[in-house]
Design a protein around this ligand. Structure first.
Ligand SMILES: [Zn+2]
Length: 399
């Protein structure tokens, strides 16, 4: 097979990428006259990867774009909601509920799950890294380790989870932000020296683009940092991507560079670090003079969530496979401790063990295939994630 091994939008919509057993199921149900039996299905998970206690729900917008026009109805917790997978009774909390003839969405199960499982993993890793950075700048640089067909998905999910900027033009367009980046080592190697590369960058690249120069290609970071300040008067920052073999005491190195920048009058020049960072190493460096972190693979290659779709009602009757809880359920969350609750009716009062009345989280999002609320922008969703992260960080520090 020649060409690129990626599915087109038409191939995803037509079911070409679905697990083939769903297509066979559809044909069998059709033959039995049961394809259009009305059912309700919910999306839940039993636990989160890495022992994470909470996750950031991400990917709803793309599911809505996929299911618009399908004729099914759907309710969901808002995209960007911090959730825990189970309530106090260990009941799985439904994140999305679908309703319609089984044939209206059965064959889309593979696509819908993929659109929320992987993005939620990425958004959660991004959120955890942003918290570990103590709210300092975190830039998502991890596209290069994943297939390019999903760069937009990765960037959007990383941004929604809390990253401040994304690196691809496509990700920038999807998130409505200007993509960010510095320079690759290749530029210095091709130009022959730091100074030649820094000056040419400043000459060629439009002034709106922040001048952040990579300073560890050839020489000592401290000397190259000062060189960058001289080459570019409007320098915004320097980036250290120091290889592991040269790291020594990285905190001391960064502190020394900060000192030398300050003493030479460059207090406004920030220090960005990158290179193999993850939640733990970002946390270890958060209380230094570092201004921001470029984080790659640990976010883009975040573990995917193990969400599943299960039929929980058929022709108005509660049903489910063994191991799952039957019946249409509604998700609630305590506004004070973020514990989750589940009810059998939307207006039932669910009380948290802390004494507070929980909030019902679910909102209708599709009615017979028509979107019932205005699309939210990634910027809006990210703001709500950041405010919930501040809350969970307080909750976790109390417990
Ligand atoms: Zn509570």
């Amino acid at each position: 097979m020649s060409g690129l091994f990626q599915a087109s939008e038409d191939e995803i919509r037509s079911g070409y990428t679905m697990d083939v057993y769903f297509e066979r199921t559809h044909r069998i149900l059709d033959a039995a006259g049961l394809a259009d039996v009305p059912v309700k299905a919910e999306f839940t998970c039993s636990s989160l990867p890495n022992g994470w206690k909470w996750g950031v729900f991400c990917g709803l917008q793309e599911v809505l774009n996929l299911m618009e026009g399908s004729g099914v109805s759907m309710s969901s917790i808002p995209e960007g909601t911090l959730f825990r997978p189970r309530d106090g009774r260990s009941v799985r909390v439904p994140l999305m509920n679908l309703e319609g003839p089984y044939s209206g969405f059965g064959e889309m199960e593979t696509a819908i799950l993929g659109m929320i499982c992987q993005p939620s993993g990425i958004a959660t890793a991004s959120a955890r890294t942003k918290m570990a950075a103590r709210w300092k700048t975190v830039l998502a640089f991890g596209n290069r380790r994943m297939h390019p067909a999903i760069s937009g998905v990765i960037d959007r999910s990383a941004f929604i989870g809390g990253c401040d900027g994304v690196s691809s033009r496509m990700g920038g367009d999807i998130t409505g932000t200007e993509p960010v980046g510095t320079v690759p080592h290749a530029l210095m190697i091709m130009m022959g020296s730091n100074d030649a590369a820094f000056r040419k960058f400043d000459e060629v690249i439009e002034p709106e683009v922040s001048r952040i120069m990579l300073i560890d290609t050839y020489s000592d970071e401290r000397a190259a940092a000062l060189e960058a300040c001289e080459s570019i008067p409007s320098l915004k920052g320097i980036r250290l991507d120091t290889p592991g073999s040269r790291r020594g005491n990285f905190k001391d190195l960064v502190n020394e560079i900060r000192w030398e920048l300050d003493i030479n009058g460059h207090q406004d020049v920030g220090i960005i670090v990158s290179g193999g960072l993850d939640e733990k190493s970002v946390g270890d460096l958060a209380d230094t003079c570092i201004t921001g972190f470029g984080v790659g693979t640990s976010i883009s290659n975040a573990p995917t969530f193990d969400l599943s779709m299960d039929i929980i009602e058929k022709q108005g009757r509660p049903v489910s496979k063994r191991g799952k809880f039957s019946g249409r359920k509604y998700p609630h969350r305590c506004p004070h401790c973020f514990s989750m609750g589940v009810s059998l009716s939307p207006d039932e009062e669910v009380r948290c063990s802390c004494g507070s009345v929980m909030e019902m989280l679910e909102k209708p999002v599709l009615k017979d295939g028509v979107k019932v609320q205005k699309d939210r922008t990634p910027v809006e969703i990210r703001e709500s994630v950041i405010s919930q992260l501040k809350q969970i960080s307080e909750i976790e520090s109390r417990s």
